[in-house]
Design a protein. Structure first.
Length: 164
């Protein structure tokens, strides 16, 4: 089993969106049962809450199902996840600081680093929380652009495990 966790600030907007999109791509690629997908936040502000209603609306319109309860990433979770995907540079820095070893810190990646069209100097997905629906739509577009590259890397990691 290959485990991926997406992380944003409160785990109600960006990271559950990435979780839903990636899970759908995993299923469509026939990797169900081989890849586990989750999400979390760097903070505890929304623990136990469902995703933001604007996240739900944008995902539903795009055809992505999501059942979600917000949670906070804990340092011991690095042992559970093969890859921890941060939605912005601030999250990546917080996660790397939370890591207990350099190997754990190396598991942290920025989502948009998997988008070949993304500006390498700006790999953060902007937080749509304080904006309108357009921000959530833009967030979904950025997630969808990065997921194929991420899925390719996860597929290669699965193949390497099988071969090794």
């Amino acid at each position: 089993m290959y485990r991926v966790c997406f992380v944003c600030t409160g785990n109600i907007c960006r990271s559950p969106m990435a979780e839903a999109v990636f899970r759908a791509h995993v299923r469509d690629a026939g990797l169900d049962g081989l890849v586990e997908v989750g999400s979390a936040g760097t903070g505890s502000w929304h623990l136990g809450e469902a995703e933001d209603s604007r996240t739900t609306a944008v995902l539903r319109e795009a055809g992505y199902p999501l059942t979600h309860t917000a949670r906070q990433f804990e340092s011991e979770w690095f042992e559970r996840y093969d890859l921890v995907v941060a939605l912005d540079a601030g999250h990546a820095a917080e996660l790397r600081a939370l890591a207990r070893t350099t190997a754990q810190a190396a598991r942290v990646r920025l989502l948009r680093s998997y988008d070949p069209e993304a500006d390498p100097d700006d790999l953060s997905v902007p937080d749509p929380y304080y904006g309108g629906e357009r921000g959530f739509t833009a967030c979904l577009e950025m997630v969808e652009a990065a997921v194929p590259g991420l899925l390719s890397e996860v597929g290669a990691a699965l193949e390497a495990r099988e071969a090794g």
